[in-house]
Design a protein around this ligand. Sequence first.
Ligand SMILES: Cc1cc2nc3c(=O)[nH]c(=O)nc-3n(C[C@H](O)[C@H](O)[C@H](O)COP(=O)(O)OP(=O)(O)OC[C@H]3O[C@@H](n4cnc5c(N)ncnc54)[C@H](O)[C@@H]3O)c2cc1C
Length: 457
Amino acid sequence: MVFINEAPRQVPVIYEADVCVVGGSCTGVFAAIRAARLGAKVVIVECQNSFGGVAANGLVTVWHSFFDTDDKEQIIAGLTEEAMERLDKNDCFIDETLAHVFNPTELKCTLDEMLNEAGVKIYLHTYYAGVSCQGDTVDAVFVENKDGRGAIKAKFFIDATGDGDICRDLGIERYVNPRMQPPSYVFLMQGNDEYACRDIDLKGSDPITHLMNKHAEEFNIERDWGWATDLPGLVNIKMRANTHVFDVNCGKADDLTRAEIVGRDKMRKITRLLRKYGDPAEKYSVVNDCSYIGVRDTFHYRTAYQANYLSLLLGEACDDCILRGTYEVDSHHSDEGITFLRFDGTSVTEDTYGNITIGSWRRDMGIDPDLPVPKFYQLPFKTLVTEKHRNIIAAGRMINADPSAFGALRVMVNLNQIGEAAGVAAYLAVSQNKSVQELDGAQVARTMSKSGSANLG
Ligand SMILES: Cc1cc2nc3c(=O)[nH]c(=O)nc-3n(C[C@H](O)[C@H](O)[C@H](O)COP(=O)(O)OP(=O)(O)OC[C@H]3O[C@@H](n4cnc5c(N)ncnc54)[C@H](O)[C@@H]3O)c2cc1C
């Protein structure tokens, strides 16, 4: 590689805070609000024009159940529940799988409102561009926006960039999981898709995917597995995610660029396919596409503990529990469709032809069949603690987790809780003048519960 030297320059400190959050999906926003409500001075930096990350700008508008698998005990509350309550009933509904489906634009407005009420200093259209670290302590991040380059100083930093951009620059050991989960280019489409599939022997979960696979060759589309959902208040318009892009690592610039272009092209081909094979009376049209491709999986960063799927699916308890969840392992793979691993020990794989194979991961792993089936899983605080750097936590899909544990933890009701834990930990570290390694994880859990999370500690 050829290098060029950049001239050294003085950079103005544009803001100083107790806690600086970089990345403004709900993970980052909830981290910021938690820390601010506890009394910290907080700043948040987001490169897009709004908050919400994949949920809002990626049009992924589904948060899973807040209850245990019996649907009796509420295991998730906190800011996830508060955000849903703030959405008007017209802008959110609960579908039969007990998932919360919301209007993405309304979510953006709700997050603006919550951040403003908490007194968080906001920078939109502001890109994280580098870090300054003295020994093991991060002292500033560099950002770029319409004012040029600036530095933000803080006592504690939360990397909520999804890919872990600050962790990358700090040189924290990183890895990618084998069979990295592919991204999808999500869009909202107008037109009745049921009619389009009236003559098809439906085997899979999503009719359009089936139609798409039937005519894949004619439209030069890769075979795929996908899903769709209605949206609150919208008639004859669905959010569609039938557009996986395979063999890319969106943590790399070239791959990310290719994924955007290939995903967008797939969306257009699906629309054309529906215009040819759908209801002639319908006007199949994309009414909105994501601001950027929905990225599921890129780099993960080493911390004191790697989440593993056996501990999760066997319901291992911990006293520093920062997250409770029920979303079981859900892995999209490059060429075979999708696999779920359930608490009860079954595994279910649906391939791109709609064929379903049922197995038993408990039996395959030699697990005692008498072991009880848990109703939710727990995640310990130590999953967030890096080994060296004293004042930073990475919160989000860059989590240190094995591929299957990641398949469960990656959903937003889980990452939202991780964001809240990061915000609480940041506040405690600053107010107690401690490093993240010195924090008492059980106290983080108790503090989360006291301020609204469902009974963690
Ligand atoms: C197609 C698809 C469908 C999914 N379906 C579901 C589902 O139904 N339910 C569910 O719960 N989960 C689902 N998931 C998973 C879930 O959406 C993601 O795992 C989750 O949103 C990741 O959150 P995050 O906070 O880690 O990252 P992101 O949502 O990616 O947020 C990162 C934020 O950081 C900002 N950022 C990044 N880099 C910088 C920078 N350098 N400077 C400033 N800001 C920066 C980004 O703009 C963004 O706002 C799906 C994911 C995809 C892609």
